[in-house]
Design a protein around this ligand. Sequence first.
Ligand SMILES: N[C@@H](CCC[C@H](N)C(=O)O)C(=O)O
Length: 290
Amino acid sequence: MSALANHAFAKMNGIGNEIVVVDLRDSKAAVTPEDARAVASPAGVPYDQLMVLQPPRLQGTEAFIRIYNNDGSEAGACGNGMRCVVRRLFEQTGQTAVTFETRAGLLNCWQGPAPDLYTVDMGAPKFDWQDIPLAEEFRDTRYIELQVGPIDAPVLHSPSVVSMGNPHAIFWVDDVNAHDLERFGPLLENHPIFPERANITLAHIVDRDHITIRTWERGAGLTKACGSAACATAVAAARLKRANRSVEITLPGGKLAIEWRERDDHVLMTGTADFEYEDRFDPALFANVA
Ligand SMILES: N[C@@H](CCC[C@H](N)C(=O)O)C(=O)O
């Protein structure tokens, strides 16, 4: 029987990024990719990311968090999901700062500058081609050779690539809504240059303090928001000297404040998190899960 059958969950969203939070800290059971896909089935609870809190493995951490995309794959980072987890925990315990462990490392989170804001320290970005990872060597990952469309008139080309605990490619465009991301997203996500696939973002730099983005998420498709993509975009734009290290990012679902902190290279993401409802998973969802 699945660990999730009849288990409580909270449906939340981080500026429109659909998140389900499950607290398994009192259990030794683990969630499988099949479980994650069953939850995302039409009869289940449609989501972009499923955030599963497991018992802490390290002293000083609140939980080990596993992050599933709705195709059952696992992600190392999910900024919007982290804010949802943090809001839930703060409301339950009265805490105002916590540390979690994820597959991407330790993440510190705290109450933001207003009561409805939550800040997540997303750690330091990585730029080395092997860390992203890319399938072949690129010495300079500020732009890599990759394009969509005719060779002499590409529709999208020369993305910046960054790892924020998960792989991101950012294509710089004049209008994020002028491109068929639903068509190009899956092609680019699964391009052989990305051996672990990638999150694909279209980004328009409005001015040095403001960038607009739209993201096709690895393992989840088109979303209203992707927090790690916002961080990756901010960092990539600052690296190109086209934006300041503190910027506001506008996503289809809302806004995030991103700061690439000079003193330790860490990226701080601040935004809201919304609670929608709580319920228990219908055991019938997992009837065909081994
Ligand atoms: N929505 C997330 C990122 C989710 C993970 C991504 N799809 C991946 O597999 O890398 C965010 O808010 O950061």
